[in-house]
Design a protein around this ligand. Structure first.
Ligand code: ADP
Ligand code: ADP
Length: 224
């Protein structure tokens, strides 16, 4: 599902080496966590997988698509990837229902079906009574549930989550993690999650430790 070979990425004309030769394969339906100290390259790696960041050295193939060669990266993102960030990037002056529909704009889905699908997902994250509110009226956990509903709206094959619980208290964080784990189990979605918390990382099938832009260690988890 994800195949990365010799990936390097630098910023500031090469002064900052964010990734220093990453080789990584992730199978369809696998749940992988990426852990490591701040500044080790975790977000950069995730952003390269999701084609939010490009133009590195080496190769990145995701869902059969070579990201170094594909012209239409926004199409790739909207069809294959669901993003869940620490700061969920909801649009404040749109309602919850409208926010969830954003990724479907520009697809062939009709307006009526967009709304239906958004409603179904908002129900699945237990927010059907909040659909007409603006994100600012919601708690952090509720906002993150909206973000998850939005990430799923185009049936992505891969969910990329960057510190999805980073801005939440631990109880709310656990609810979000359960939701992500459930999804991964039921829908066979490939889940790649960046975190700096070992306790969160340990929920994955495989834990990748990144340091100084390299993979330091890989551990397979048998307890899940
Ligand atoms: P992590 O997610 O592990 O905290 P990042 O991938 O965010 O690490 O960052 C890796 C390194 O690359 C850091 O030194 C960071 O400051 C740098 N970096 C990340 N993004 C950019 C950017 N857009 N411009 C310049 N430097 C960046
Ligand atoms: P995290 O530690 O959770 O990875 P960061 O605060 O390091 O988050 O980075 C947040 C965003 O800022 C990332 O998308 C990254 O690309 C960007 N960024 C990080 N470091 C720099 C930097 N030195 N210059 C410009 N952008 C950066």
């Amino acid at each position: 599902m994800i195949e990365i070979k010799g990936l390097k990425k630098s910023y500031d004309k090469g002064k900052i080496k964010a990734l220093n030769g990453i080789d990584l394969e992730i199978r369809k339906g696998e749940f992988v966590s990426i852990i490591g100290p701040s500044g080790s390259g975790k977000s950069t790696l995730l952003n390269m997988i999701g084609a939010l960041d490009t133009a590195g050295e080496g190769s990145v193939e995701v869902a059969g698509i070579d990201l170094t060669k594909t012209k239409d990266l926004s199409k790739f993102r909207s069809q294959e990837i669901g993003f869940v960030f620490q700061l969920h990037n909801l649009i404040p002056n749109l309602t919850v229902l409208e926010n969830v529909q954003i990724p479907m704009i520009g697809t062939s889905i009709s307006g009526k079906d967009m709304e239906k699908r958004a409603l179904k997902l908002l129900k699945s994250v237990d927010l059907e009574d909040r659909i007409d509110q603006r994100p600012t009226k919601l708690s952090g956990g509720e906002r993150q549930r909206v973000a998850i509903a939005r990430a799923l709206v185009n049936n992505p094959s891969i969910i990329l989550a960057d510190e999805p619980t980073g801005a939440l208290d631990s109880k709310t964080g656990d609810i979000i993690l359960d939701l992500l784990k459930d999804l991964h189990k039921k829908e066979n979605v490939t889940l790649v999650m960046v975190t700096h918390e070992p306790y969160v990382a340990n929920m994955a099938d495989r834990i990748i430790t990144v340091r100084d832009g390299k993979i330091l260690e890989e551990k397979t988890n048998n307890i899940t």
